[in-house]
Design a protein. Structure first.
Lengths: 180, 175
């Protein structure tokens, strides 16, 4: 490089055949040096660059693959979540439907049982009323019978004077005598 | 008391009455005493009260029967009280009456009435019952106010009920 700079600095543009183009020898040397440098670069730096590029490509591909795989996993997970969400929704709907059904069944059963209990209570109340009425009737009849018997006994006792007693005795004697 | 013991007492009393020649009076009086004993709670309580000395109870009986019955009857009742058999007085008397009737060939007939019957009525009742049963009747009359009116005659197992009480009871049942 120092030689090239010295060479350029030493040149006088006015003394060349063309102010823009270099000297022939310079072109030759420069060309050879360029070929050598390029060859060396191709020979020594090329594989390294290729390897680096390949490594980079592999790394990028790996990252792409990983990303794709992660995306697949994420998609699968998302599908699972969506499915789970769908299942949860369906389960919730099913549970709500079951709950509605059970509530309806309970309501129907409760209403039926309540109606049956009301019917039983009405029947029992009617039976109790009838029994109470019958009991009251029986008690009333018994009381009337008791009072009637007392009244009859008092009436008979007051009517049993001496004459009546004698008549009864005579009647007994007559009936026993007649029945021989 | 056992039946055998009651029978023994009744036979003993019967023999005494027979020996004294007052069987008819004694059995009739004992029958009345027994009915009075059954119907009078105070008399029954007094005669069976163990806290009252026996002599005192015998004196009560003798005073009650004195002048109202033969002396033999009073002594026999006093004897039963003294033997501590006052509770069995009705059973002994009934047994005696039954034995006396058997001895006389008659059937005991108990007639209950609310009022006392006249001698004529008693005679006619006896005749009617004898005619009905075909047997000689040893009639025992009991005045029982619970009869109210009419008569109830019991001859052996047969009851002829013409009482007002029974009619009233039947009326009560029908009511």
């Amino acid at each position: 490089m120092k030689n090239l700079i010295s060479l350029i600095a030493a040149e006088d543009p006015t003394q060349t055949h063309h102010w823009l183009l270099p000297e022939t020898a310079e072109i030759i040397y420069g060309g050879l040096a360029t070929v050598i440098v390029v060859t060396l670069l191709v020979k020594f730096a090329g594989p390294m660059v290729k390897k680096a590029m390949a490594d980079r490509t592999a790394k990028i591909q790996s990252e792409i693959d990983n990303a794709r795989e992660s995306k697949t996993v994420a998609d699968a997970e998302a599908s699972k979540i969506r499915a789970a969400l769908g299942d949860i929704s369906a389960e919730r709907s099913r549970i709500l439907a079951d709950a509605d059904k059970q509530a309806e069944a309970l309501l129907v059963e409760g209403r039926s049982r309540l109606e049956a209990e009301v019917r039983d209570m009405e029947a029992k109340a009617e039976a109790d009323i009838a029994a109470a009425a019958a009991r009251s009737g029986d008690e009333l009849r018994a009381e009337i019978a008791r009072l009637s018997a007392q009244a009859a006994e008092r009436a008979v006792a007051s009517a049993l004077d001496d004459r009546a007693q004698q008549d009864l005795i005579e009647s007994f004697i007559s009936s026993v005598g007649a029945a021989r | 008391m056992s039946d055998a013991r009651i029978d023994s007492y009744a036979r003993a009393l019967l023999e005494i009455a027979n020996a004294e020649g007052v069987l008819s009076e004694v059995e009739d009086e004992l029958f009345r005493v027994a009915r009075t004993y059954e119907s009078n709670d105070q008399l029954r309580g007094t005669l069976t009260d163990e806290t009252i000395p026996v002599e005192r109870r015998q004196t009560i009986v003798e005073k009650l029967l004195g002048g109202r019955s033969t002396n033999v009857t009073a002594q026999l009742v006093s004897f039963i009280i003294g033997a501590g058999r006052a509770r069995d007085l009705p059973a002994i008397a009934d047994k005696l009456v039954q034995a006396a009737s058997t001895q006389q060939g008659s059937e005991v007939a108990e007639v209950r009435s609310a009022v006392a019957l006249s001698a004529d009525q008693q005679q006619r009742v006896a005749s009617a019952l004898a005619a009905k049963t075909g047997r000689k009747i040893n009639l025992k009359f009991v005045v029982d106010p619970s009869v109210m009116g009419g008569l109830v005659a019991t001859v052996g197992d047969t009851v002829i009920d013409g009482s007002v009480r029974t009619r009233l009871d039947q009326l009560k049942s029908r009511l």
